[in-house]
Every structure is written in structure tokens, then in C-alpha cells.
Write a protein that binds this ligand. Structure first.
Ligand SMILES: O=P(O)(O)OC[C@H]1O[C@](O)(COP(=O)(O)O)[C@@H](O)[C@@H]1O
Ligand SMILES: [Mg+2]
Ligand SMILES: [Mg+2]
Length: 367
């Protein structure tokens, strides 16, 4: 049980982290505390559910119903959460710009507001299809250093400023709005988890050094996409399903929450592997999840916790982004499983001996 009788607050934790960098200005801490405040506000809104009159996609509500740049209908809470992130962070003086799943183009810090040296990229509400059924959702964010010319010139941030590989992230984290609200973050010194104390309104350090076990017997994938999977993914899942009677010689369990933040949290807590791989469902979309504000922050957290994140072909954090809203195939979690999936991508399909068809004896849907 990691919880101590003298719990540290998020603020105390960040001050402690900063002590390790004597030259640090404290700007990053200010930024992270603003993000945490935004998450607390969103947690509060989420907790009110329909009573807050902003939950469903069908209710006549003042916000939502628009189609975002992803081609997805925005739920009212997507829009409200986005606004909360913008309002909380725009005036802090720590940012040179922000970008979000819910906005086509980067958000310019309003004229007259102080600007800073960081960029914030976020998915303000991840898994928003879960809102209507009262299942966990989250917010996920990534902090990048603003290019020096952006800081020096004071110009508005452009898409190009955000196109930095995940290995350059300064910090990343998420808030999970589940039975409890938790904030999990990394500033590049491991991963720490905080639980919101509803009485105090404070995030308390409850999981000081989160580590992902190398091995697991639990996987997560949307099996309804099976017919679109590439051969290495089919092989991996078939072998998991074959369990003790197949080449893995052990039984696996499967989970699917439909909120990547919630899946990442489960994996950080007890291990597992998550796949939303590149597939052939829609050739215009090389994957479902977004590189800059879903795959990269989760990849940073996994690597910082001793896990692994990959496209299946290369480490996620090495991918040079080409677009703000770029989609990508994503595999993350327990290192041994992710490495196995990478190996299957390297091995030619004909090396599979014997071939294991997905829809025969070892089918997902038949014994
Ligand atoms: O179950 P599906 O429809 O395949 O998709 C679930 C995935 O979509 C997402 O919800 C996408 O996030 P958004 O809700 O922010 O669009 C992921 O979190 C999740 O892994
Ligand atoms: Mg999302
Ligand atoms: Mg979202």
C-alpha cells in the first residue's frame, strides 16, 4: 500500500522535483498546477452528470453537436472541457501556445496576456462516448518546449511549432475521472500518481513511484476490428486467445473500456498491453488514436514507468510528427509484450509455423 500517513500534496511534490534542478524557474510547476486545476474543474463537471445538463449528445444543450477536425461529433462535455483547459492556462504566463483535439488550429495566447516558454497539447476529454453510460473518462496532456524563435519573437504558435517527437516532451500526464479522480504525471523523473481528496480539493500523492511490470497476462484491443488487422496483430491476438493450449502456454484475460486514459491507468497500476494498431479499416486513417496528444503522452508515461510504447514498427517517442492531428497505430504497456508485438512486425508472415487462423478453432467467437 503506497499511501503514507503524511500525504504529500501535488504542490509539495512539484517543489521537491524542482529542487533537483537548481536553475529551474518554477514555470513548469506553475503550468502543471494550472493543468491540475483545470482537471479538478472538469472532474467536478463530470461528477454532476445529467444534473449539470451537459452530458448527453442528444439533449438540447448550449454547447456541443459540432463536428471537430477529426470528423467526430463533439459532445457538450468535450467542448466544455476544452474551454476549461484554455481558460485555466491562457493567462498563466507559462505558455507560448496550446493545441487540442477539439480545435483545428493552435490556440493563440490572447494579446496582452503574458507568454512563456512551453507548449501544451491535450485531449480535454478522452473516451467521451463513455459519458452517456457513466463509465470512466479522462483528460490527457503533453508539455513541449516552445522553439526558441517562438519564445523570442512573441509571435503566435503555428502547427509546425508542435511537430516535435515524443522524446522531447518535458512532462506528460492525465487525469482519470473514475470512482476517484486521479492525476498521474511525469516530469521525466519516473511516474507519480495523485488522488483527489474531495474534502480538501487537493491532489495527494498516493502512488509515488509507479512501475509497469514487464510481464502480463492481460491484453486490450477492440476485437470488432479483427478483420482489418495486419498479420502481426492477428498472430499476437490469436496466440493470446489460444492460451495454455497455444504457443504462449498460458491463459490471457481481456479488457476494453473504450477510454485510452482508463486503459493506460489500469496498465500503470497492474500491467497489461493495449493495442489500437494500424489497420485497413479506413486507409485514410493510419490508426485511430492521435500522436501528439494521446500516443506521445501515454508513451512518455509508459517509458518513464519501465513499460514500452510503440507503433509496432518503431518506438512511439521516436516518430517525427508531420501533422497536428496525425493518427497513428499504438501499442503500449508491459515491455515484454510490446517487444513481442514489435518482433512479430519484423518477422515475415510466412515464418508463422503453423499458421493460426483467427476464425477457426481458436476463434474469438467460437470454442
Ligand atoms: O472503442 P472504439 O470505438 O474503438 O474507440 C475507443 C478509443 O477511442 C477513444 O475514446 C478516442 O478518444 P476521444 O474520446 O477523445 O475521441 C480512445 O480513448 C479509445 O481507446
Ligand atoms: Mg481521446
Ligand atoms: Mg477527446
Amino acid at each position: 500500500m503506497p499511501f503514507s500517513h503524511h500525504p504529500t500534496t501535488l504542490t509539495q511534490y512539484l517543489i521537491e522535483q524542482r529542487r533537483r534542478f537548481p536553475g529551474a524557474s518554477g514555470e513548469l510547476n506553475t503550468l502543471l498546477l494550472d493543468v491540475a486545476l483545470a482537471c479538478k474543474a472538469i472532474a467536478r463537471t463530470v461528477a454532476f452528470g445529467v444534473l449539470g445538463r451537459c452530458t448527453g449528445g442528444t439533449d438540447p444543450t448550449p454547447v456541443g453537436g459540432q463536428v471537430n477536425v477529426q470528423g467526430e461529433v463533439q459532445k457538450p462535455l468535450d467542448v466544455l472541457s476544452n474551454r476549461v483547459f484554455l481558460q485555466r492556462n491562457a493567462g498563466s504566463g507559462t505558455l507560448a501556445g496550446m493545441a487540442s483535439e477539439e480545435m483545428d488550429a493552435p490556440y493563440a495566447i490572447p494579446a496582452g496576456q503574458p507568454r512563456g516558454k512551453y507548449l501544451l497539447v491535450f485531449d480535454p476529454l478522452d473516451g467521451s462516448s463513455n459519458i452517456d453510460v457513466n463509465v470512466s473518462v479522462g483528460s490527457i496532456f503533453s508539455v513541449l518546449r516552445a522553439p526558441q524563435d517562438l519564445v523570442d519573437s512573441g509571435r503566435d504558435a503555428t502547427e509546425a511549432d508542435f511537430l516535435q517527437p515524443g522524446c522531447t516532451q518535458v512532462a506528460a500526464g492525465y487525469a482519470l475521472y473514475g470512482p476517484t479522480t486521479q492525476l498521474v504525471l511525469s516530469v521525466g523523473q519516473g511516474v507519480a500518481g495523485f488522488t483527489l481528496d474531495p474534502n480538501l480539493g487537493e491532489f495527494m500523492l498516493t502512488h509515488p513511484d509507479i512501475r509497469v511490470p514487464r510481464q502480463t497476462q492481460e491484453f486490450a484491443i477492440n476485437a470488432s476490428n479483427a478483420r482489418f488487422w495486419e498479420p502481426p496483430v492477428k498472430r499476437y491476438v490469436d496466440e493470446c486467445l489460444a492460451g495454455r493450449s497455444g504457443p504462449r502456454d498460458k491463459d490471457f484475460n481481456m479488457r476494453w473500456i473504450a477510454s485510452m486514459v482508463a486503459e493506460a491507468h489500469r496498465i500503470l497500476m497492474r500491467g497489461g498491453v493495449f493495442l489500437y494498431p494500424r489497420d485497413t479499416k479506413d486507409l485514410a486513417k493510419p490508426g485511430r488514436l492521435r500522436l501528439l496528444y494521446e500516443a506521445n503522452p501515454v508513451g512518455f508515461l509508459m517509458e518513464q514507468a519501465g513499460g514500452r510504447a510503440s507503433t509496432g514498427r518503431e518506438p512511439m517517442l521516436a516518430v517525427p510528427p508531420t501533422q497536428l492531428h496525425q493518427r497513428i497505430g499504438l501499442v503500449f504497456g508491459s515491455a515484454d509484450e510490446v517487444e513481442r508485438i514489435e518482433r512479430y512486425h519484423r518477422e515475415p508472415a510466412q515464418d508463422r509455423e503453423p499458421p493460426v487462423p483467427l476464425f477457426r478453432e481458436r476463434s474469438l467467437f467460437r470454442d
